[in-house]
Every structure is written in structure tokens, then in C-alpha cells.
Design a binder for this molecule. Structure first.
Ligand SMILES: [Zn+2]
Ligand SMILES: [Zn+2]
Length: 946
């Protein structure tokens, strides 16, 4: 570690910490400092930049630009920050890369709402002006969520902050689209999509939320036609939950072996309300048990019917427009809203005697995830990514272990989905997003897909071309992020430092809800496109090196204190910003960390945060105590050499027991914390540090070290020069260990509580720190040689002795301040240990004298352990007035209890009904209370009068 010039080892380290720990001001200060000093920036490595081991790269799942920080973000970011800070301090070149997502639907909806409140609409504005308006919104408010992140101290590289609509990322999106198109992996086709009539766009299966909803199952009688095309008088009854879709019916399907309908094979039906003749078709897919066993077939409005229609080469009739209104193909019902049409059609069917039974029916209805409108399956022309061979490659990458999931079960979920994956519909009918780079020719009707905006049709040369109006699914661009943020597709000889250094990234930390939306897409697109980026030496990139990340950690949910899912409707949402204001970021982070482990949801309880606020306070006070001692030492010329800080402290065999012990404990703690973080056991890591800092360091070590810190001056002590030298040497050694262990503990804690540790660490060096931040120092690691088992065992024995003495004192009511002699029966070897550390026992157990005995004297209050017996010798001296108050209170209590028991035992009704053992118990209790009452009364009258 570096040091300030001018013999800073002479410099003492006084320090000014305010008396009370107040996180607000200090957190604001350091949050700003970390950003303004660009402490966590990683400039692009140059070509001849020597490799610095294995870097640690992690991408922030980009929050929506419209987002506000919630508890899920806070957990996710705390976990990422802890790991990044830890890896950085452990010597890895750490890069945590932030950005925001343009969030097509969400952002467009929000600006549309704004426009609506102004009495305008996007249609009135027109596409260009609307998109400009969204950009304007983004410039004003788009940084809000990242500003929140800055305040929370996330150690990201702000120099590299991106927005998914940035120029370079847009180039990547366009290149990916064009390349997939060239490879025959993008096509346009008619397909049943989930259509949101409110958002007026197709949405993916993943964006549809299914909710149980009460509705009806309507039975409708379709007239069967005889050979001559006239009504035969027979009806085939179908059942449907969406009667309005019958306007688009093209057949009715029955099971070929359904005995009820064998005579209808080959027959035709007349579609009610429309009049169209439609065939009865046979298909084994039809379930004979559901409804009437006859299924109306509407290929343009139902995914199963669409498949059925394909099998039977049926036409498709789309009867609904973008807004969910019946279109011209709906005949008499054209122009009506889908639900208005439904009502009218049901009434008309009823009037014509074609309505059968109407049953109550509950089914899962798909709703738009964004606006909660009921989605309408609807046939439309969309752009698709042909998912094979992309999916196969993505499956292989995980099968071969190039990507590892934690918890492991998510690997299984991933496989299940990837092995049943359909082509990916990537077009959205929005204005905000990456517009599809395809141009339609109005002369030859062919499509030109191009990297550079074309001026003429590539097929016929016509200049009558217009760009596709659809934009790309937001996940198409975010799926490319792992490659695009490192320069793809422009990874050239001059420009490949980032890609060579940081790709594949090390880890992705994210929620299970975007496992498919995002994680799977990144794996598919990363594995597909990165393979075409040769390695630095020109060799082909392997699949193992094409993956976007090597590990995926799926974080759990943050629930409320009762383990309920947080929701706005329940009103149990905890706002992280509010909690941070109250308790400080460090305490909130520590709360989350102390409960975070793979696969376990977190029940967020403010009481716990309060506890960790107290923990921060404890550390603060320990620092103040340490600084006070450092300052007192300075007054008599003792200083701790700053050069001796920054590593792992050591204590030789001649050092006092507590010094050897605390160093051994620190080593054991560091070992456990490193191991726990390696396994994503944030909880174990945090709790281990907590135990060490609060228990070992503050409750024990700090109390013991006070005995060693002797700052007496010459006038106060008469001693020889050599005695004095030895005394001061002892003080200096103790102070040095104290400061060293404390400093190392700060580093150990820093990834979890970055703010308070930064503040104290700077104070410790009194403005002359060896680095710009504690985050840039090295993380404590255990050294094998530091496992001083003898010190650990010895200290354990002394602690046990002290704890037992404290317990006995409590039992026999020794006054808080009184010191007492103790009797100890203990083996000779251990006697020596106690004698060597007699001052420690005396101080911590409030002992005036330790008497080693063969046998504890009879009548003494004693505790026994396998190693020793200990007794406290105590004659109570009595505070008469206080004792009188106490006894009077006790007497009143006993009398009340006794009266209650007597009342109950005098109640004949109770005695008749109560079980024998209850009555017995009551009698016993009565006798005991009487005894206590007699004793208390005797004691009271024995008190000397005032
Ligand atoms: Zn919607
Ligand atoms: Zn053309």
C-alpha cells in the first residue's frame, strides 16, 4: 500500500467523527464522491494492454426508463454491488455496466397518457412528432431510476452508461435483424397473435397474464343442411365463451369416433346470423367430453383453431379491427365493439330460437400485462425469428455447462421452455422503438431489408418504397446487450479491447420473471452472433466463449414481513427510498444481505433494519473509542505506523492471548465470508461478519484491550526506564493490533456497508488514505498459518468462565457494580491460563479475587462445566429503601395471586368441573405463593427501620 510523502509513519492518526452516527449526510457525500471521482470506471483496454487475470464483468439488467426503484431492484442491486465490490477488492478487474431500456410499450403508454391529459393523442401528433416527444420525455425524466441507483452507491461504471436506443446500440439491432434476414432466419407471416386492443399491438405470450374470470358458456344451435342445401330441421350445438367470434367461423369440428355425430360426417351447416355454409370436419384433437363435443372453428381468432385450420386447409376470416371492433367482414355487426356485438348477437340468436343453454363458466382469460385489457387472439401479419437453429445452440451451451444457473432448478425450467419454444414474433405495432429496417415496394410488392436506408426497391428498382411501420420487440434489442455494449458488430482490430477483455461476462443477476423474456434471448443471440467474432489471435470462437455470461444467479423475491407478496392493492409495498431515508442505505443493504441466499424469498422486516442501524451505530462507537485511544497515545508519543495497515494483521506467539485470538478470529471470519460469497450465501457472509464485529470484536476484544492501553505519564507512575519502555511497548503493540484488526474489519464489511466503512476508513487515515477509496483496497483473506488453535481454545475457556460467573451473579442478585471474589476448581494446566489472564477475568466478570480451590465451599452458588466449577462469594449489602419498595411490591403481587387462587378453589362449580390435575396444580401453586409471601413478609419486617 502506498503512503503519503514526508514520513507519514510519524503522523499520528487523529480523526474527527461526529458524536452521533447519522447516515444521511455521509451517504450523500460518498455517493457523490464515488461518481465524481469515476472510481469504478473501466476504460476500454487497449490492444497491447496486458491481460490482468480474469476480469469480473456483470451487466445491470437495464431498468425501464420509465421505472422507479422498488425493493426488487434494491435487492438485485445490493447483491450485484456486494459481489462486484468483493471481486474488485479481491483483485479482479471489475466492470459493472449500467443502462436503461427504452421499454417500448410502457414508455409509449406513459407519453400517450400525458397527451390524453392535454387533450391530444399520438395520432393527432403524427409519428415523427410523437417520437420526438418521447425523446423529450426521456431527456427530462429518463435518468430518474439511475439517479436513485447512484444515491444507493452502486459501484457501476457510469462512464459506460447506455440507453438501448443509443446510436451504437441501434446499429447493433439493425445489423442483427439484417443478418438474420440474410441467413433466412427472419420471415413475415400471418399468425395468431395476442392482440391488445388498447395498446393496439401484438404482445408476446409472456406478456399475457391469465386471470380466472367469471363468464358464460353459450350454446348455439347451428342448423344442419340436407343434400339440397335446405335446413334439415336438425341442429348441431356448439358451445363458446366468445360468441362474437362465430362471425369468423369456417367449420365445426367433431371427433371422428363420436357416436353421437356419425351421421353428420360430410354434412354442411348454416352459420347463424351470417348465413354462410360451413362444413362439418373430423379431427381427433376435439375433446368429446367438453361442452357438446362439437367445436366451432375460427382460425383467425383462436390459436387452436388456427392450427386446425392449417391441417384442414380452411380459409381464415378476420372479423375484428385493431381496436377490438367488428370489421366489415362482420356483416350486420360491423363497427360494434366486441362486447356490444356479443350482447346483440346473443339477443338475436335467442330471438331466432338458435340459442341453447347459457351456463355460468369460469375460465382463465388473458389480459395485457401492461394495461390489463382482455387480449384478443387475432390473425395478423407479423415478423418472426425462426427459432432454430438459435435455440438448439442455446440449449447446448447450458447442457455443456458453459452457463451455470443458481439455484440449479432454473436450468431445468430453461430447458423445458427452450425445448418447446416457438418462433419468436418480434414485431410490435408501436411507434416508440427500433423501426424494422424493411421497405415495402408498391410496384413489385417485394420487401427490401437493408443496413442503410435504401432509396429504391432492391428487386425492381422502383422508388415507390415505404418503410415498415412496425418496431421491434424491446427484448430483441435487450437480448443483444451482452454483445452490443462491448462494441459488436464493430469489433475491429483497433476496436476490440472491450470485447476481448470483457466478453463473455462473468455473471448475470436477475429475477426469474425475465428468465425467458431476457435471459434465454441473450443466450440465443449471444451464442449466435458472437461465434462470428474471431478470437484475438484470429482463431474461431468456441461455443464456450460465445456465451453471453458464464453464470446466472436468479435472485429471490422480497416479500413483506408476513411473507405476503408486496402489491399496491394490498398496500404492503415497502418503498426502498423511504426506508433508506429512515435507516440509511447501509442498514437496508445489510438487512437484504443478511437474508439473501439462493432460492429463498426474503420477508422484509423493518425491525431487522432497525437492528442493523444499531449495528452501524456500534461500529461507529467502536471507531470513536479507537480514535480516542489513538489520540491519547499520540500525546505520549505513541503512534501506529500507517504502513502496517492494509493487510492481514498477525500476532506472534509472545503476543497477549486476546491479540492472538482476535487475529485468529479475523482470519476465520475472512475465510468464511470469502467462501460464502463464492456460493452466493450473502446471508452467511453478512451474519458471520456481524457476529465477528459485534460479538468478538466489540463485546470481547474491545473490553480486554482496554486493559493493555496504559497511557499513564511519568508523573503518574514511578518506574525504571526499562519498566517504562516495556510498558509503553505493550501499549503500542496492543494499540497496533487494535487498529490493524479494526481496519481489516472495515475492509471485510465494506462490500456490505460501503458508506460507513468509507467514512471511518478515511477518518482512520486522517486525510492521508493509501487509496482514493476503501473500495480500491484489498479484501481480507485468511492465511493458513494464522489459525492459532491454542489461542482460540484458551480464549474459549476464559470466555466460558466469564460467562458462567456473570450468570451466577445474576442468579444470586449481585449488584451491577459490586466486584466479588470467586472460587474456581479447575485443572492445573488451565489454572496457569487463568492466572496469566487474571486481569481479563477480573475486569470482564467483575471479580475482585480468584481463589483456586480443590473443592467449592458448601453453600456457595456455583456453576459447573466439563472444564471447571465456579462459585461467586457474595454477602449482600442492602439498599434498605430500595429493598423495602421491592418487597412491598412483591407482597402485593403474592397477595393478589393468593386471593385469586383461593377464590377459584372456593368455587364449588369450578371444583366440580375442573380435571383433578388442574385442581392439584392450583393447590400446589397456592401453597408456593403462600410460602413466598411469608418469606417476603419476614424479610420486610427484618429490615432495619429508617
Ligand atoms: Zn395493452
Ligand atoms: Zn419493387
Amino acid at each position: 500500500m502506498g503512503s503519503a510523502p514526508g514520513g507519514s509513519s510519524e503522523k499520528i492518526m487523529p480523526h474527527d467523527l461526529p458524536k452521533a452516527y447519522d447516515p444521511t449526510g455521509l451517504e450523500d457525500h460518498w455517493a457523490e464522491y464515488w461518481v465524481s471521482e469515476k472510481l469504478f470506471a473501466q476504460p476500454m483496454p487497449t490492444a497491447d494492454d496486458a491481460p490482468q487475470g480474469d476480469p469480473f464483468t456483470i451487466l445491470l439488467p437495464p431498468p425501464n426508463v420509465t421505472g422507479r426503484l422498488h425493493m426488487g431492484h434494491m435487492l438485485n442491486q445490493a447483491e450485484m454491488d456486494i459481489l462486484t465490490r468483493w471481486r474488485r477488492m479481491s483483485g479482479r478487474r471489475a466492470l459493472w455496466l449500467p443502462g436503461t431500456d427504452h421499454a417500448g410499450i410502457a414508455t409509449q403508454m406513459m407519453v400517450e397518457r400525458q397527451l390524453a391529459s392535454e387533450g391530444s393523442s399520438r395520432q393527432q401528433l403524427g409519428r415523427e412528432a410523437f417520437v420526438e416527444r418521447v425523446w423529450e420525455w426521456r431527456r427530462h425524466y429518463g435518468g430518474a431510476i439511475l439517479d436513485q441507483m447512484k444515491r444507493l452507491g452502486a459501484s457501476v461504471d457510469w462512464q459506460r452508461e447506455y440507453f438501448t436506443m443509443d446510436e451504437n446500440l441501434s446499429v447493433a439491432v439493425r445489423e442483427a435483424f439484417v443478418r438474420l434476414h440474410e441467413q433466412g432466419l427472419i420471415y413475415r407471416g400471418a399468425y395468431i397473435v395476442n392482440w391488445c386492443p388498447r395498446c393496439q399491438t401484438a404482445i408476446s405470450d409472456l406478456e399475457v397474464i391469465h386471470q380466472e374470470q367469471k363468464g358464460h358458456l353459450w350454446e348455439i344451435r347451428y342448423p344442419v343442411l340436407s343434400e339440397d342445401g335446405k335446413d334439415s330441421g336438425e341442429f348441431l350445438t356448439v358451445a363458446t365463451t366468445r360468441p362474437e367470434t362465430m362471425l369468423g367461423d369456417v367449420a365445426v369440428a367433431i371427433h371422428p369416433e363420436d357416436e353421437r355425430y356419425l351421421h353428420l360426417h360430410g354434412k354442411k351447416l348454416r352459420l347463424p346470423l351470417v348465413g354462410r355454409e360451413i362444413p362439418v370436419i373430423l379431427d381427433e384433437w376435439v375433446s368429446r367430453d367438453f361442452g357438446t363435443g362439437a367445436v366451432k372453428v375460427t382460425p383467425a381468432h383462436d390459436p387452436n383453431d388456427f392450427a386446425l385450420g392449417e391441417r384442414h386447409h380452411l380459409p381464415t376470416i378476420n372479423i375484428m379491427d385493431d381496436k377490438g371492433h367488428i370489421n366489415a367482414d362482420g356483416g350486420a355487426y360491423a363497427g360494434l365493439d366486441r362486447y356490444v356485438a356479443r350482447k346483440k348477437m346473443v339477443a338475436d340468436l335467442d330471438a331466432q330460437g338458435l340459442l341453447g343453454e347459457v351456463k355460468d363458466y369460469t375460465n382463465a382469460v388473458g389480459h395485457c400485462d401492461r394495461c390489463k385489457t382482455v387480449v384478443e387472439p387475432r390473425l395478423s401479419t407479423q415478423w418472426f425469428v425462426k427459432i432454430q437453429p438459435l435455440a438448439d445452440r442455446a440449449v447446448e451451451a447450458v447442457e455443456k455447462g458453459y452457463i451455470r444457473f443458481t439455484p440449479e432448478q432454473y436450468g431445468k425450467t430453461y430447458f423445458e421452455w427452450m425445448r418447446n419454444i416457438h418462433d419468436w414474433c418480434i414485431s410490435r405495432q408501436l411507434w416508440w422503438g427500433h423501426r424494422i429496417p424493411a421497405w415495402h415496394c408498391s410496384d413489385c410488392h417485394k420487401i427490401t431489408v437493408a443496413r442503410v436506408d435504401p432509396t429504391a426497391c432492391a428487386h425492381c428498382g422502383s422508388e415507390k418504397i415505404t418503410q415498415e411501420t412496425d418496431v421491434l420487440d424491446t427484448w430483441f434489442s435487450s437480448g443483444l446487450l451482452p454483445i452490443s455494449v462491448f462494441g459488436w458488430p464493430n469489433v475491429t482490430a483497433k476496436n476490440r479491447g472491450d470485447f476481448d477483455t470483457f466478453y463473455p461476462s462473468s455473471l448475470l443477476v436477475t429475477g426469474f420473471d425475465i428468465l425467458f423474456f431476457w435471459v434465454a434471448r441473450m443466450i440465443m443471440l449471444g451464442c449466435w452472433f458472437a461465434k462470428d467474432v474471431p478470437e484475438k489471435d484470429g482463431s474461431e470462437r468456441s461455443l464456450a466463449r460465445s456465451v453471453p455470461f458464464k453464470e446466472v444467479y436468479i435472485h429471490a423475491l422480497v416479500r413483506d414481513a408476513n411473507r405476503e407478496k408486496m402489491s399496491k392493492t394490498k398496500g404492503n409495498v415497502v418503498d426502498p427510498i423511504e426506508i433508506v431515508k429512515q435507516y440509511g442505505t447501509d442498514a437496508v443493504r445489510f438487512t437484504l444481505a443478511s437474508m439473501a441466499s439462493p432460492g429463498t424469498d426474503i420477508a422484509f422486516n423493518v425491525a431487522r433494519t432497525e437492528g442493523y442501524r444499531a449495528f452501524a451505530n456500534k461500529i461507529w462507537n467502536a471507531a470513536r473509542f479507537l480514535f480516542m485511544n489513538v489520540d491519547r497515545a499520540a500525546e505520549i508519543g505513541i503512534a501506529v505506523d500507517p504502513e502496517s495497515l492494509g493487510g492481514m494483521p498477525s500476532a506472534g506467539p509472545d503476543a497477549p492471548l486476546e491479540a492472538r485470538w482476535i487475529v485468529a478470529e479475523l482470519n476465520a471470519t475472512a475465510a468464511k465470508v470469502n467462501q460464502s460469497l463464492e456460493n452466493y450465501r450473502y446471508d452467511d457472509a453478512a451474519n458471520t461478519i456481524y457476529q465477528f464485529f459485534w460479538g468478538s470484536f466489540c463485546d470481547w476484544y474491545l473490553e480486554i484491550v482496554k486493559l493493555r492501553l496504559d497511557f499513564s505519564t511519568d508523573e503518574q507512575v514511578s518506574e525504571s526506564a526499562s519498566q517504562r519502555a516495556s510498558r509503553l511497548a505493550g501499549t503500542k503493540a496492543a494499540l497496533t493490533t487494535f487498529v490493524q484488526v479494526f481496519e481489516a474489519s472495515l475492509r471485510l464489511l465494506s462490500p456490505f456497508m460501503p458508506f460507513i466503512t468509507e467514512e471511518i476508513w478515511h477518518a482512520l487515515y486522517d486525510g492521508n488514505p493509501p487509496a482514493k477509496s476503501i473500495a480500491l483496497t484489498s479484501y481480507p483473506t485468511a492465511s493458513g498459518s494464522a489459525l492459532d488453535q491454542a489461542a482460540l481454545d484458551g480464549m474459549a475457556l476464559l470466555q466460558s468462565l466469564i460467562v458462567e460467573v456473570r450468570a451466577v451473579r445474576k442468579e444470586i442478585g449481585v449488584e451491577e457494580k459490586a466486584t466479588t471474589p470467586i472460587e474456581v476448581r479447575i485443572g492445573i494446566g488451565m489454572q496457569a491460563l487463568v492466572k496469566e489472564n487474571i486481569a481479563m477475568v477480573e475486569r470482564l466478570a467483575k471479580v475482585s479475587e480468584v481463589r483456586f480451590v480443590e473443592q467449592i465451599a458448601a453453600g456457595l452458588a456455583k456453576h459447573s462445566t466439563p472444564f471447571f466449577d465456579v462459585a461467586v462469594i457474595y454477602e449482600r449489602t442492602i439498599d434498605v429503601p430500595a429493598e423495602r419498595v421491592r418487597l412491598t411490591k412483591d407482597i402485593a403481587k403474592y397477595e393478589k395471586g393468593l386471593a385469586a387462587a383461593e377464590r377459584q378453589l372456593g368455587n364449588a362449580g369450578f371444583l366440580a368441573k375442573a380435571p383433578a390435575q388442574v385442581v392439584e396444580g392450583l393447590k400446589k401453586q397456592q401453597a408456593e405463593t403462600k410460602l413466598l409471601l411469608d418469606k417476603a413478609q419476614a424479610a420486610l419486617s427484618a429490615l432495619p427501620s429508617e
